[in-house]
Structures are given as structure tokens and as C-alpha cells.
Write a new protein. Structure first.
Length: 192
């Protein structure tokens, strides 16, 4: 993973609020837990979870500049939404500044807010860990934590369903890749 874990922790500690640093550690721990449950690479999951919000507290313009350079697909909807920018910027920072070239890790970070069709199991794990980590305290968190531990497909289906409904309720835009992810998991669940 390029640099040692402790170097990333030091970087995150000085670039994130205490609350978001704790969130990052919790998402890393939940990613490792889910990777263990689903037979995926635990160290890789821990690392991707740890760094998923690496760009979250950078100024918007800095996030935007990184996101613009990202070679992974980025929609205009994402570029125009401040809460969505950090995931794309994060993938770019990891590649550009830290020399991370593991595409699975980069994609897990890049899609952790919006999802996409064809997500790897690692990307699904980080997506679900972000939604269900120990520091999360929204009303139905226990329910979604349970879904995440039932199966990746069930976890993703329920998480995307919730996210899309909630976003639409608030009258916000929904990237096409989120809808594509949702459709994919609806079909997967129906055929299983
Ligand atoms: Fe995030
Ligand atoms: Fe997060």
C-alpha cells in the first residue's frame, strides 16, 4: 500500500477533524470486519476504509481541481455537488500524491458515496462500512448494519434504496451511476 499505515494515519489526523478521523478508523474497522465475513482481503479493506474520506475536509476548490484530473468516469452532477466531490478527489490524491496504483482501492474510494454498476466486492464493503460504521447514529442504522451483515447484495440493495429515496425526498440530484448500481442489485436479488 505504498507508505506504511501509520504514515496515512498521521496524514489523516492532521488533515481531518477529530470526529472525521474517528469515523475513518471506524470505517476501516467495519471494512475489515465485513471483508472477514465475506472472504475478501482484510488488509486491503482496512486500508480503503481508512483513506476513503482523505479529501473530505480540503477546501472545495482544491477538491474540485483534484476531481477534474481524475481519470475514472466523473459526471457533471458529481462535479457540481460539494458532498460528492471528495470521493473523486480522494481517489485522485491517493493516486497522485501517494502513488497508490491498486485500481480496486482507488475505485472503492471513488465510488464510496455514489456507488456504480459493476462495483467490486471491496467497493461494496467500503460503501456499506461507511454507512454502518460504529459512529453512525441515524435512526435505522442498526437495520442497515444487519443488512450489511446478511449479504453484500442485500446490504447494497437496501443501502442504495435508502440513499436514493432520501436524496429524492430532499430534492437533491442523483448521479446516473447510483441508479445503475441500484438497478443492478434489484436484478441480482430477484434472480437469487
Ligand atoms: Fe465520504
Ligand atoms: Fe465517510
Amino acid at each position: 500500500m505504498g507508505k506504511e499505515l501509520n504514515e496515512y494515519k498521521t496524514f489523516l489526523k492532521s488533515n481531518l477533524s477529530k470526529k472525521r478521523y474517528t469515523h475513518s478508523l471506524n470505517v476501516a474497522a467495519m471494512s475489515r470486519e465485513l471483508a472477514e465475513l465475506y472472504g475478501e482481503d482484510k488488509d486491503k479493506a482496512y486500508f480503503a476504509g481508512l483513506v476513503h474520506d482523505i479529501a473530505k475536509e480540503l477546501p472545495r476548490e482544491v477538491q474540485y481541481d483534484y476531481a477534474k484530473k481524475c481519470t475514472l468516469d466523473v459526471s457533471d452532477i458529481e462535479l457540481s455537488s460539494t458532498p460528492l466531490l471528495h470521493a473523486v478527489a480522494g481517489a485522485q490524491i491517493l493516486s497522485e500524491k501517494f502513488g497508490i496504483d491498486d485500481i480496486e482501492v482507488l475505485k472503492a474510494v471513488r465510488y464510496h458515496t455514489v456507488g456504480s454498476a459493476g462495483m467490486s466486492r471491496l467497493a461494496q464493503i467500503v460503501y456499506l462500512a461507511d454507512l454502518t460504521s460504529e459512529d453512525r447514529d441515524y435512526k435505522d442504522v442498526k437495520k442497515y448494519r444487519k443488512f450489511a451483515h446478511t449479504s453484500l447484495e442485500k446490504g447494497m440493495y437496501e443501502a442504495l434504496r435508502y440513499s436514493i429515496a432520501d436524496t429524492a425526498c430532499k430534492g437533491n440530484t442523483i448521479p446516473i451511476c447510483t441508479l445503475e448500481a441500484y438497478n443492478e442489485f434489484v436484478i441480482k436479488l430477484k434472480s437469487s
